[in-house]
Design a protein around this ligand. Structure first.
Ligand code: ADP
Ligand code: MG
Length: 690
C-alpha cells in the first residue's frame, strides 16, 4: 500500500511515540500546542531520538532549515560525525545543536537592521513543525534572527501571529461561553506552475535569468480553445506528477489534487490543509521538490507568476480558516448561520480585518513578478474586496437593516431521470474575487505562485487577531447576562461600518475600479506603490500592539521588498538589452540582408519584387522602432535614482513603458522573420511540445 510510505521521511508523531518516552512525548505535545516552555532534558531526549532515527534511515548529516527573506529556504549541513578523546569516530548530536545554530547572517537580506560586519545570526528550532529527511540529511525547521534578536526570516512573524490569534480567539470564545484549549489558523495552498522542456528553457536567456519570457509573440492557438483546462494530462507530465506525489507523501505532505490549468503547459496541485506554519513550511518543500522532480523528467518547473504574456499566469490560492483544538472549524456557518453567533463573530472579524488592512494584504502579494499578473483579467484585481456569496450577503444585509431573512430552500437539480440528484451548493463561485468565502473558509487569491505564504498568513492572522482583540475588549465590559445581546449589536455595527469591502460582482470589470474608488477602497497598481504604505502609522501600531513585528523590523521588510523589486527589474532590463543587442538585432539584420539580396536578384531577373520590398520596409520600420525604445530604455536605466522607493517608482512609471514598447516591436519583428533565423524557441515550440 502506498500509505505505508506516507511520512516515512518525517520525524512525526508516530515515530516520536516509538523513539521517545511516553512522558516526554506528552510534554512535547504541550509545548507544541499550548506554548509550554521547552525543558533542557526534553530537548536532549528529542535530539538523541532524532539522531538515532535519522541514522537508522541512512542520514549522515543534519541541517537547520530556515526561511530567510530571500523567499527560498536555506540550509547549512553538518555531519553527525565527531571524534572522541582517543581520536576515534563517534556519532554526535546534542540538544544544543538541535535548538540553536549559528549561521552567517551577512549574506542574507536584513533591510539595514544589521551592519555588514555584524555577521552573526542564529537559527532556532521550531518544535511545532516536524523534522524530516531530504537527500540523506536531517532537516530541522528553524526560525532565523540576528545577533541582537531582530527577526530576519519569514517564519518568526507567522509563529508570533499564531500566538496572538490563539490568545484573542480564546478570549472571544470564552465570552461566548466556550472554553477551548487552543485555536489555530488552518491553511491549504493550491499551487500553480508551468512545465516546459529543459532544452527549450536552456535556449532562452530570459527564462534562465528572470524566470519569464521577455519576448515572444502569442501563438496562433494561445489558450483560445480552452482544451487544456482539466484536459487529459500528457503522459510525461503524468509521470512527473506521480513521482511528485510519491516524494511528497514520503515527506508527510498530503498532496491531493492535480489537474491541468487554463494555459497550455500549466498545471496545479493542492495539498490538504494543515496548521498555518506547517502548511507554509510544506509549501516551501512542495516548490523545491517540484523543481527537483521536474529536472529528472527533462522538464523545468516554472514558478514565476507570469512566464508567458497573453496567457494565464500562476497564483497560489491561500485557503484560510480557524480551528479549535478539537478540529472544529470556527468559520463553518452551520445550518442556521443567522443564529450562529460564533460564526457571525468570526466572519465579522475577518471582514473588518480585510477592510482595515487592505494595504498590508496587498503588500503580502506584491512582487515584481506578481505585478504582471494582478489586475490582468485572469487573476483578481489589485483591489481588496470580500466575496460572501448570495446567501451570506443576504444575511449580512438583513443584519445591517435589522430585517428577517428569507430562507432559501435546498434545491436539487436532476440532469436526467437516470442520474442521481444534485444538491445545489449554497453559493456559486466567484473566480474574480481576491478574497472569497468558499463555504467554510476564505480563499485569498492574490498571492503569486512563487511566494512564501508565511507573509500573507502572518498579516491575515494578526489583522484578524486585532479585530478579535477589540471585540473582546468591548464585550468584556458588557454585563454578565448581556454578552450575547452586546455581541449582536457589535456585529451589526461592525458590518455596517465595513460593508464597503463586501463585493459580490465581477472584479474584472472597469466599472468595479470606479465603484471601488467611490467606496474609498485602496488600489495599488504596483509593488512600489503598495510598499510605500508598509510602515504607515496604523500598520506599525497593528504589528507592535500584537507583538508580531517592531517598527524597525517592519521598516527592514519594506526596504527588503523594495530592494528586491528594483533588483529583479534591473535584471529584466539588462537581460532585455542583452537579448536585443546580441540576439534579436543580429537575427533581424541577417534576415533583412537575405531579403534585400533576394529582392536584388529578383529585380535583376526582371520582376518588381513589390511584396518583398514592402516586407523589408516594414521590417526596417520595426527595427527602427525597436532601436529607438531600446536606446530610451537604456538611457532611463542609466538615470535610475538611488533610493529604493524612488528607484521603484521610477522603474514602474518611466522604464516599464519603454520595456513594453521594446517587447511589442520585437514581437512584431518575430512574426515577420523566418522562423529558422529567430534566435530562440518561440511560444509554439515551448507551449505545444509533444
Ligand atoms: P478549489 O480549486 O475548488 O478551490 P481545491 O480542492 O483545489 O479547491 O483546493 C482547496 C484547498 O482548500 C485545499 O488545499 C483544501 O485542503 C483547503 N481547505 C479545505 N478546508 C480548509 C480549511 N478549513 N482551512 C484551510 N484550508 C482548507
Ligand atoms: Mg481554489
Amino acid at each position: 500500500m502506498f500509505t505505508d510510505e506516507f511520512g516515512s521521511n518525517v520525524f512525526n508523531d508516530s515515530v516520536m511515540k516509538k523513539y521517545l518516552m511516553p512522558d516526554t512525548f506528552a510534554k512535547l505535545e504541550n509545548i507544541r500546542n499550548e506554548g509550554a516552555p521547552m525543558e533542557q532534558a526534553i530537548a536532549e531526549e528529542i535530539a538523541q531520538a532524532m539522531m538515532k532515527w535519522a541514522i537508522d534511515k541512512g542520514a549522515t548529516h543534519y541541517t537547520h532549515w530556515f526561511q530567510p527573506m530571500t523567499g527560498i529556504t536555506a540550509e547549512k549541513h553538518d555531519s553527525f560525525l565527531s571524534m572522541d578523546h582517543e581520536f576515534k569516530p563517534i556519532l554526535e548530536f546534542s540538544s544544543k545543536a538541535l535548538i540553536k545554530g549559528e549561521a552567517d547572517a551577512s549574506s542574507f537580506p536584513s533591510g539595514g537592521m544589521r551592519a555588514t560586519f555584524e555577521g552573526r545570526g542564529y537559527t532556532v528550532w521550531d518544535p511545532t513543525s516536524d523534522a524530516f529527511i531530504k537527500d540523506g540529511t536531517l532537516c530541522i525547521p528553524t526560525a532565523f534572527c540576528s545577533y541582537t534578536g531582530a527577526v530576519l526570516d519569514k517564519k518568526t512573524p507567522l509563529l508570533r501571529s499564531m500566538v496572538v490569534l490563539n490568545r484573542q480567539a480564546k478570549r472571544v470564545l470564552k465570552l461566548l461561553g466556550e472554553e477551548v484549549k487552543y485555536v489555530y489558523p488552518t491553511v491549504g495552498c493550491e499551487q500553480e506552475y508551468f512545465l516546459v522542456n529543459k532544452s527549450d528553457y536552456a535556449k532562452r536567456e530570459d527564462l534562465v535569468l528572470t524566470g519569464r519570457t521577455l519576448f515572444g509573440s502569442l501563438t496562433p492557438k494561445g489558450q483560445l480553445l480552452g482544451t487544456h483546462y482539466y484536459g487529459s494530462i500528457r503522459s510525461r507530465v503524468k509521470a512527473f506528477m506521480a513521482e511528485l506525489d510519491e516524494e511528497l507523501w514520503k515527506l508527510g505532505i498530503y498532496s491531493k489534487t492535480e489537474h491541468n490549468e487554463a494555459a497550455p503547459c500549466q498545471h496545479e496541485m493542492a495539498c490538504i490543509f494543515n496548521k498555518a506554519n506547517v502548511a507554509a513550511d510544506q509549501n516551501q518543500l512542495v516548490m523545491e521538490v517540484m523543481r527537483t522532480v521536474a529536472n529528472r523528467h527533462d522538464f523545468v518547473c516554472i514558478l514565476h507568476e507570469k512566464p508567458f504574456a497573453g496567457i494565464n499566469g500562476s497564483g497560489k490560492h491561500n485557503n484560510w480558516a480557524i480551528a479549535s483544538d478539537t478540529g472544529e472549524n470556527l468559520l463553518k456557518p452551520g445550518k442556521e448561520p443567522e443564529n450562529n453567533i460564533r460564526f457571525l463573530m468570526f466572519m465579522t472579524a475577518v471582514i473588518k480585518a480585510v477592510d482595515d488592512y487592505q494595504d498590508l494584504l496587498r503588500i503580502s502579494s506584491a512582487t515584481a513578478s506578481n505585478d504582471y499578473r494582478l489586475g490582468g483579467n485572469e487573476a483578481p484585481p489589485a483591489i481588496l474586496s470580500v466575496f460572501l456569496g448570495t446567501d451570506l450577503e443576504e444575511l449580512v444585509k438583513s443584519i445591517i437593516d435589522g430585517t428577517s431573512i428569507k430562507k432559501s430552500k435546498t434545491e436539487y437539480s436532476y440532469l436526467a431521470d437516470n442520474l442521481p440528484g444534485l444538491m445545489q451548493d449554497k453559493t456559486d463561485r466567484n473566480r474574480t474575487s481576491p478574497f472569497a468565502f468558499t463555504g467554510n473558509r476564505f480563499e485569498f487569491r492574490m498571492p503569486g505562485s512563487s511566494v512564501n505564504v508565511s507573509c500573507a498568513n502572518f498579516i491575515l492572522n494578526t489583522a484578524v487577531a486585532e479585530s478579535l482583540r477589540l471585540f473582546a475588549d468591548e464585550l468584556e465590559k458588557a454585563d454578565a447576562g448581556r454578552v450575547e445581546e452586546a455581541a449582536k449589536e457589535l456585529i451589526r455595527r461592525e458590518l455596517t461600518e465595513h460593508k464597503r469591502i463586501i463585493f459580490n460582482g465581477n472584479g474584472y470589470e472597469d466599472l468595479w475600479v470606479e465603484e471601488a474608488e467611490k467606496r474609498g477602497l485602496m488600489n495599488f497598481a504596483s509593488t512600489p506603490d503598495a510598499y510605500r504604505h508598509y510602515d504607515d502609522e496604523k500598520n506599525i501600531r497593528l504589528m507592535e500592539v500584537n507583538g508580531v513585528l517592531s517598527a524597525e523590523e517592519i521598516r527592514s521588510r519594506k526596504s527588503i521588498g523594495l530592494t528586491e523589486y528594483v533588483q529583479l527589474m534591473n535584471i529584466e532590463i539588462k537581460t532585455m538589452l542583452e537579448m536585443i543587442d546580441k540576439q534579436i538585432i543580429p537575427a533581424v539584420i541577417g534576415y533583412a540582408g537575405k531579403l534585400a539580396g533576394g529582392i536584388n536578384q529578383r529585380k535583376a531577373a526582371g520582376f518588381t519584387a513589390e511584396k518583398e520590398t514592402e516586407l523589408l520596409g516594414r521590417i526596417e520600420e520595426e527595427y527602427e522602432t525597436l532601436s529607438k525604445y531600446r536606446d530610451l530604455m537604456e538611457e532611463a536605466f542609466n538615470a535610475e535614482p538611488g533610493g529604493m522607493q524612488e528607484a521603484g517608482d521610477y522603474i514602474y512609471e518611466t522604464i516599464k513603458p519603454y520595456m513594453n514598447e521594446c517587447r511589442k516591436a520585437a514581437d512584431r519583428l518575430e512574426t515577420m522573420t523566418d522562423k529558422k533565423d529567430w534566435p530562440f524557441p518561440d511560444y509554439t515550440d515551448i507551449l505545444f511540445y509533444v
